[in-house]
Design a protein around this ligand. Structure first.
Ligand code: NAD
Ligand code: UDP
Length: 337
C-alpha cells in the first residue's frame, strides 16, 4: 500500500513510519517541522533500511497536497499533523481551529479530488471529558473540556460526514490514551520543546539530570496512592494499531476505536518503575492539583481487539526501559531545536 503520513516527522508519526516500512508499505511524509524533526526521518531510514519520501510543507497548503496526491498517488492517509498542547489551545483557540480543523478540511479536500478514500485519524481520549463511568468505551458520551479536545471531536465529525458522501470511503478514528515510550533502538522518541507538560518525558529528564525534581500534581485523588492515574500505551504498540486499522476489513465505513492498554498506572507507580529500571532515584515534590486534571481514566479497547488484529504487547517495564534508553542516547533529543 502507498501511505501518506501527515505529521510523520513527529513523535507518534515517526514510530508509525517505522512499522509501515517494516510491513512493506511505501511511505510519503508531509510535515512542516513546526514540532517535528527531519533527523527523526533519517533515523527511521536507519532503523528500517528502507527509503521514505518527505516534503516539508503545511497541510493547509492545497498546492503542496495536490502535488503529492498527483505524483505519489496514496491509497490511504494516516493523519497525525496538528497541534496538541491543551494549555496553548486555551490561550490561542483560533490557531488550533485553523491548524487542526482547517488542516484536516484541506487534507480531505485533496483526498476527494484525487479519489483517495481511506483516512486513519489521530484523535484522543480527551474527547470524552469527565468520566460518567470507567473504563471509557466508544459509547461513552463525548464532552471535551478544552479547545484542543473540541478540535479533535469536530474533525471526527467532519470525517464521518465525508464518508457519508461516497460508499467507497473509509474513516477510522483512533482515540489514543497516553502515548509514552520510545523505539527499542533508542534512535527515535519524544522530544518535548522546553519544559515537558507530560509526566513521562518529565520523569526521563529528571533521571537524566536535565531537571532537578518532578512536581507531582496532587496526592489526594481517589486512587490507590492518591496520585493521578492514566492508561499509558507504548508508542510502538500505538504505531502498530495504525497498521491494524489500515489492514483489516471488519471496520465500518466510519469507525471509532479506543487505543489504550486497558489499565491505569499512578504517578507514583510510574516513578517507582522508572527508578527501578534506571537505577536513578527520582526526586519529587507534591504540588496542588493541576487545573482541569481528572483523577483517573483508562480505556476499554476491546472493540479494537475484536475489529483489528491489534493488541498491545508492551508493559510499563518496557515503556520505562525504552524511554530511558532514548533519554540516555539522546540527552538533548534530536539536538537541533
Ligand atoms: P507531534 O507534535 O510530535 O507530531 C505532530 C507533527 O505534525 C509534528 O511533526 C509537526 O511538525 C507536524 N505538524 C503540525 N502542524 C502541521 C501542519 N499544519 N502541517 C504539516 N505538519 C504539521 O505530536 P504527536 O505526539 O506525535 O501527536 C500526533 C497526533 O496524535 C496529533 O494529532 C496529536 O493531537 C495526537 N495525539 C497525541 C497524543 C500524545 O499524547 N502525544 C495523545 C492523543 C492524540
Ligand atoms: N503529572 C504530574 N507531574 C507532571 C506532569 C503530569 O504529576 O509534571 C501527572 C498529571 O497530573 C496526571 C498524570 O501525571 O495525573 C499524567 O499527566 P500527563 O500530562 O502526562 O497526561 P494527561 O494529563 O494529559 O492525561
Amino acid at each position: 500500500m502507498r501511505v501518506l503520513v501527515t505529521g510523520g516527522a513527529g513523535y507518534i508519526g515517526s514510530h508509525t513510519c517505522v512499522e509501515l516500512l517494516k510491513a512493506g508499505h511505501e511511505v510519503f511524509v508531509i510535515d512542516n517541522l513546526s514540532n517535528g524533526h527531519e533527523t527523526s526521518l533519517e533515523r527511521v531510514r536507519l532503523i528500517t533500511n528502507c527509503e521514505l519520501q518527505f516534503t516539508n510543507a503545511d497541510i493547509r497548503d492545497a498546492n503542496a497536497l495536490d502535488k503529492i496526491f498527483n505524483t505519489f498517488k496514496p491509497d490511504s492517509v494516516i493523519h497525525f499533523a496538528g497541534l496538541k498542547a491543551v494549555g496553548e489551545s486555551v490561550a490561542n483557540p483560533l490557531m488550533y481551529y485553523d491548524v487542526n480543523v482547517g488542516g484536516s478540511v484541506s487534507l480531505l479536500t485533496a483526498m476527494s479530488k484525487a479519489g483517495c478514500n481511506k483516512i486513519v485519524f489521530s484523535s484522543s481520549a480527551t474527547v470524552y471529558g469527565k468520566p460518567q463511568y470507567l473504563p471509557y468505551d466508544e459509547e461513552h458520551p463525548t464532552n471535551p473540556v478544552n479547545p484542543y479536545g473540541r478540535t479533535k471531536l469536530i474533525i471526527e465529525n467532519i470525517i464521518n460526514d465525508w464518508t457519508e458522501v461516497d460508499t467507497n470511503r473509509k474513516g477510522v478514528i483512533l482515540r489514543y490514551f497516553n502515548p509514552v515510550g520510545a523505539h527499542e533502538s533508542g534512535q527515535i522518541g519524544e522530544e518535548p520543546i522546553g519544559i515537558p507538560n507530560n509526566l513521562m518525558p518529565y520523569i526521563a529528564q529528571v533521571a537524566g539530570g536535565r531537571r532537578e525534581h518532578l512536581n507531582i500534581f496532587g496526592n489526594e485523588y481517589d486512587t490507590s496512592d492518591g496520585t493521578g492515574a492514566r492508561d499509558y500505551i507504548h508508542v510502538v504498540d500505538l504505531a502498530l494499531a495504525h497498521i491494524g486499522a489500515l489492514n483489516q476489513n471488519k471496520l465500518d465505513m466510519f469507525d471509532v476505536l479506543n487505543i489504550g492498554a486497558g489499565k491505569s498506572t499512578t504517578v507514583l507507580e510510574l516513578v517507582s518503575n522508572f527508578e527501578e529500571i534506571s537505577g536513578v532515584p527520582i526526586k519529587f515534590k507534591y504540588l496542588p492539583r493541576r487545573e482541569g486534571d481528572l483523577a483517573a481514566f483508562w480505556a476499554d479497547s476491546s472493540k479494537a481487539f475484536e475489529k483489528t488484529s491489534w493488541k498491545p504487547e508492551r508493559n510499563i517495564n518496557n515503556i520505562c526501559e525504552d524511554t530511558w534508553r532514548w533519554q540516555k542516547l539522546n540527552p538533548n533529543g534530536y539536538g537541533i531545536k
